[in-house]
Design a protein around this ligand. Structure first.
Ligand code: AMP
Ligand code: ZN
Length: 668
């Protein structure tokens, strides 16, 4: 087998495994084996750039940065849909279309997925571009971001694939992934995202595609568009698309009458609550494509399709009281305690009230009858008050003035939607929350210690702060409930082992507001040690790539507090890492290439590709993964891929050979 064949074989295998895992939900190999094959392919591709392929499974991890998304005109317009809300609307629609189509009409019923619409273009079986709906006539080219979504096939399989076609669908964020993202946000003291739909569409416009790759997005497809399609009906088009490798939900039904459509609607209005993603209705389409053509479009929507909108389920119940929760960062969230009611198959006892403004806006009062709705959000919300049933003597709700946990007076800074408990040092949920964050897997990853034990240790007065963990002894632990010799040893050993955790994780573990995992890494690598970071002023911080005002202010604030400085000194004294591991850092020898993004392509004689990349970084440059108008120049070796060459020429980007490059950085 030639190298090229080997590469092709690996790519096909990996495409197939991705398809099994992300589209069919039936993986046939272990994650480990998958990673091994992927690594093998990455290595081969690195050695043989002449066989580069934009659609290789290795491109899934992202990395391309898009500063401005290009506008692309849709070959065929992306229409919206007319809405209907009841049986009468649907019957009236049928009457209208029966005037144009006199024969019998069949319908395809699909669910209406609630996300961001997308149009994918395939040419010769490969993904060519992905464009947002925009205004329907033109949208944004977000191909790089879409490629990172694993359920989007980069190359198609099967027969009858048209040479070129568009397929349309919806990018959704399933509930589970949404919840996980929000847990991570809460962990760094950020306000959680409101609902999966907005988060999905926001994700598509991120500039860094490797960030998109981290988000658990999915792409559900529902319609083929093109001039020479091997299909006669909408229902067939779903089956065809499925056979080519697209994720087309199995929930689609061919109905022979409007009555059957209504049955489908009724059934799915209930069953949809068991689906892993949000849906907000049913889309009913005339099944026969010739009939569709006869019907045509209005100025805004096809006449052959109709959306039937589900009513967001709403129930009335009594607001019994409002309580206040305190988060790790001290943020207060008001929570409505409700007389329990059933919504969408679950019993609801609590609803979020978000903040003081929201309470004022709704003017909810204790013992009001309130309307509760479960929409895209996971936590139900109160959408209104039944004023007719209000007790005329009720008074507006007084927002809490003091922390329910430690009774400190709450503060609210201008511009902040939330109230905070300023008692960082002894307010129990803040103290416990900070320690829990410190020991969590992505931070210090301390084994043998869980949330319950932390609460117990704080309650018993054994620790007040995460720095106290390092002084715990087995003798202190043994008297605790459910603490055997072995678990005590594990705990102490786990804590001791954490002094090896690298500085960037320590920085994250400190729990500085707005300093999540990625930001902590950026800061750690930039400042290299805590002493440099703690004296950095706001401006210096903002000069760091991707650090904005909000983060900069929070970091300055953190280091201005004596308690925090003491904590850091204590951690240092226990041997916790406060300096980056130098061997991980590129050694900067000059700034000759500062501000330049350079792409390396081909194979070289004097230096390896990896050495070249290292040299670029050591001289202040950035290594780009793909050629764009922002590429300063390309260091080109032998066997540079023809598509790259063409792109470079088109954009007028210089090609340097290795000698030129080495000369530039004074290495010759
Ligand atoms: P609207 O935005 O309310 O006009 O609804 C039209 C949008 O519904 C389309 O642009 C699609 O993004 C979305 N949609 C979701 N599921 C489907 C489906 N099964 N068929 C067609 N459109 C759908
Ligand atoms: Zn408090």
């Amino acid at each position: 087998m030639t190298i090229q064949q080997e590469i092709e074989k690996l790519r096909n295998q990996l495409h197939q495994y991705n398809h099994e895992y992300y589209v069919l939900d039936t993986p046939s190999i272990s994650d480990y084996d998958f990673d091994m094959l992927l690594k093998q392919l990455q290595e081969l591709e690195a050695k043989h750039p002449e066989f580069d392929d934009e659609n290789s499974p290795t491109k899934r991890v992202g990395g391309a940065i898009t500063k401005k998304f290009n506008t692309v005109v849709h070959d065929q317009r992306m229409y919206s849909l007319d809405n209907s809300y009841n049986k009468e609307d649907l019957l009236a629609w049928e009457k209208r279309i029966q005037k144009v189509v006199e024969e019998k009409i069949e319908y395809t019923c699909e669910l209406k997925y609630d996300g961001a619409s997308i149009s994918l273009t395939y040419e010769n079986g490969k993904l060519l571009k992905a464009v947002t709906r925009g205004d329907g006539f033109q949208g944004d080219d977000i191909t790089e971001n879409i490629k990172t979504i694993k359920s989007v096939p980069l190359t198609l399989q099967g027969s009858d694939i048209p040479e070129k076609f568009d397929i349309r669908g919806e990018i959704v964020l399933p509930f589970k992934g949404f919840q996980k993202m929000n847990e991570e946000r809460l962990a760094i003291g950020e306000v959680p995202y409101a609902n999966p739909r907005n988060t999905a569409s926001g994700s598509l416009k991120l500039q860094d595609s490797s960030e998109v790759a981290k988000r658990p997005l999915e792409c559900l497809l529902y319609s083929l568009v093109g001039s020479q399609l091997p299909i006669k009906t909408q229902f067939e088009s779903l089956e065809k698309a499925r056979s080519w490798g697209f994720k087309v939900p199995q929930i689609a039904y061919k109905a022979s009458s409007i009555d059957e459509v209504l049955t489908f609607v009724e059934v799915w209005d209930k069953k949809r609550h068991d689906l892993p993603y949000e849906t907000d209705g049913v889309v009913i389409k005339v099944n026969d494509l010739q009939q569709q053509e006869l019907l045509g479009h209005t100025a805004k929507a096809p006449r052959w399709a109709m959306a039937y909108k589900f009513k967001a389920e709403q129930v009335a119940t009594t607001l019994e009281s409002v309580s206040y929760q305190v988060g790790r960062t001290g943020a207060i969230t008001p929570v409505a305690n409700l007389f329990p009611v059933e919504i969408a198959g679950t019993t609801v006892k609590r609803a979020s009230l978000h903040n003081a403004d929201q309470i004022a806006k709704l003017d909810v009062r204790e013992f009001d009858e309130v309307y509760v709705e479960k929409g895209g959000e996971i936590i139900p919300k109160i959408v209104g008050v039944n004023l007719e049933k209000r007790n005329p003597e009720s008074l507006p709700l007084q927002y809490a003035t003091h922390c329910p946990e430690c009774h400190t007076e709450l503060v609210r800074t201008e511009g902040d939607a939330k109230h905070y408990c300023p008692n960082e040092e002894t307010c129990p949920p803040q103290v416990i929350g900070r320690i829990e964050h410190y020991i969590s897997r992505k931070a210090m990853d301390i084994e043998g210690l869980g949330g319950e034990t932390v609460a117990q240790l704080v309650k018993e007065g054994l620790i007040h702060d995460f720095t106290d963990l390092y002084t715990l002894t087995i003798d202190q632990l043994l008297p605790l409930d459910r603490m055997a010799q072995k678990s005590a040893e594990n705990l102490v050993n786990g804590v001791a082992a954490s002094v090896k955790i690298p500085f960037e994780k320590v920085l994250f573990a400190l729990g500085i507001r707005f300093v999540g995992e990625t930001v902590a890494k950026k800061l750690a690598f930039h400042f290299k040690n805590i002493d440099a970071l703690k004296i950095a002023d706001k401006q210096t911080l903002e000069n760091v790539d991707e650090i904005g005002t909000k983060i900069a202010e929070s970091v300055v604030q953190y280091f201005s507090e004596r308690n925090n400085m003491e904590r850091i000194e204590r951690l240092k004294s226990f041997g916790v890492q406060m300096t980056i591991d130098e061997s991980q850092l590129p050694k900067i020898s000059s700034a000759i290439l500062e501000g330049k993004t350079i792409v390396v392509s081909g194979v070289f004689e004097k230096v390896s590709r990896n050495e070249l990349k290292k040299l670029i970084e050591e001289n202040g440059g950035k290594v780009g993964s793909s050629i764009s108008s922002k590429t300063a120049f390309i260091v080109a070796g032998d066997k540079m891929g023809p598509s790259k060459l063409e792109k470079a020429q088109k954009l007028g980007i210089d090609l340097w050979d290795e000698n030129q490059f080495l000369e530039e950085i004074n290495r010759l």
